[in-house]
Design a protein around this ligand. Structure first.
Ligand code: UDP
Length: 326
C-alpha cells in the first residue's frame, strides 16, 4: 500500500479517485487550491490548500507526507472558457504541472498519473479512436493537456519521471453512498443539464440535429466517474510495480446520441426532460468514441458500469444526495 498525493482532489474526478484509493487501502493526501474545488469533498485533515505553481510549498508537502506517487488532476477544464482566455489555461494547466514536476524531481518522487483528455485528438476521421491517432486539439484546453503530455515524455526520457497519461472521454455520474457527485458552476455538461431539465421543467438546448449520425445529434462515449477512478488506481499500482510510461484511452467503447441521453433520463427519473433544438456548438465533432482495447491489455481495466441507463441513474441519485458543489 502506498501514500498517494492527489492534486485537484477536491474536484469532481479527483474526489472520486481519492475515495476509491482509500477503499483500496492506500493512504492519500489532497492538494488543492480550492479555487474551483470544494473542501467538503475531502475528509477532515486530508486537505493541504496549496496552488501548484507554488513549487516550494509543493516540495514541502511531498517531503513532509513522504509521498510515493502523485495522481495529478488539478487544472481548469472548461473548453469554452479556454477559447476566451487561452492564457489562463496555459499558465494554470501547463505552468502548474511544470511546477509540480519540478517539485517531484527535487524530492525524488518519480511516479505520476496524469488526467488527460480525448480533446487532445480534436476532430477525428476514424472512430473508435485509438491512442496512436495524432494530437490535433481544436481548443486551448486540449492543447494545454497535449503540452503537458509532451513535457512528461521528455521528463521520462531524460529525468526518469515515469507516467501514465489517461485520456478520458465524457466523464459523468457519481458514486452512490459516497456523498460525492457532479455539480459544476456554471454547468455545461449534458447529463447534469438534462437532469436539471427533468427536475425543474426548464428545457435544455440540444446543440444541433443535422450531424451525420443516425438521429442527427452528436454521439459521445459516456464513462462513469467510478470506473475512471478505478482506472487511476490500477495505473498508479502499475507504476509502483515498475510499469513503463504509457498513455491510455478511458471510455466504454460505446457511443450514445444526445437524444438517447434524453430518453434515458426520462426513463430513470420518470419525468419529462424537456428540450429545445438549437444550433450546433462551435468545435463539437459529430462522434467521439474510445477504442479502450489498449488499457484492457495493459492494466486489465474495462468499464464495469457501462450501460447508459446505469450511468444516468447514478448521476440522478448522487445529484439528489451529494452536498459538495464540485
Ligand atoms: N450538449 C447539448 N446541449 C448542452 C450541452 C451539451 O446538446 O447543453 C451536447 C454536446 O453538443 C455534445 C454532448 O452533448 O455533443 C456532450 O457535451 P458535454 O459538454 O457534456 O461534453 P463534451 O463532449 O463537450 O466533452
Amino acid at each position: 500500500m502506498a501514500k498517494i498525493l492527489v492534486t485537484g482532489g477536491a474536484g469532481y474526478i479527483g474526489s472520486h479517485t481519492r475515495y476509491f484509493l482509500e477503499k483500496s487501502g492506500h493512504t492519500t493526501v489532497v492538494l488543492d487550491s480550492l479555487e474551483r474545488g470544494d473542501a467538503r469533498a475531502v475528509p477532515e485533515g486530508m486537505l493541504r490548500q496549496v496552488d501548484l505553481r507554488d513549487s516550494e510549498k509543493v516540495k514541502q508537502v511531498l517531503r513532509e507526507e513522504k509521498v510515493d506517487a502523485v495522481i495529478h488532476f488539478a487544472a481548469y477544464a472548461y473548453v469554452g472558457e479556454s477559447t476566451q482566455r487561452p492564457e489562463m489555461y496555459f499558465i494554470n494547466n501547463v505552468g502548474g504541472s511544470l511546477s509540480l514536476f519540478e517539485a517531484m524531481l527535487e524530492t525524488g518522487v518519480k511516479l505520476v498519473v496524469f488526467s488527460s483528455t480525448c480533446a487532445s485528438y480534436g476532430i477525428v476521421d476514424k472512430v473508435p479512436i485509438t491512442e496512436d491517432q495524432p494530437f490535433a486539439p481544436i481548443n486551448p484546453y486540449g492543447e494545454s493537456k497535449v503540452m503537458v503530455e509532451k513535457i512528461m515524455e521528455w521528463l521520462d526520457k531524460f529525468r526518469g519521471l515515469r507516467s501514465v497519461r489517461l485520456r478520458y472521454f465524457n466523464a459523468c455520474g457519481g458514486e452512490p453512498g459516497s456523498g460525492l457527485g457532479e455539480r459544476h458552476d456554471p454547468e455545461t455538461h449534458l447529463i447534469p443539464l438534462v437532469l436539471r431539465a427533468a427536475e425543474t421543467g426548464e428545457p435544455v438546448t440540444v446543440f444541433g440535429d443535422d450531424y451525420p449520425t443516425p438521429d442527427g445529434t452528436c454521439i459521445r462515449d459516456y464513462i462513469h466517474v467510478s470506473d475512471l477512478a478505478e482506472a487511476h488506481i490500477l495505473a498508479v499500482e502499475y507504476l509502483l510495480k515498475g510499469g513503463k510510461s504509457d498513455a491510455f484511452n478511458l471510455g466504454t467503447g460505446k457511443g450514445h446520441s444526445v437524444k438517447k441521453v434524453l430518453a434515458a433520463a426520462e426513463r430513470v427519473t420518470g419525468r419529462k426532460a424537456p428540450y429545445t433544438m438549437g444550433p450546433r456548438r462551435e468545435g463539437d465533432p459529430p462522434e467521439l468514441v474510445a477504442d479502450a482495447g489498449k488499457v484492457w491489455k495493459a492494466l486489465g481495466w474495462r468499464a464495469k458500469r457501462a450501460g447508459l441507463e446505469e450511468i444516468v441513474r447514478d448521476a440522478w441519485e448522487t445529484r439528489r444526495s451529494s452536498e459538495p458543489n464540485i
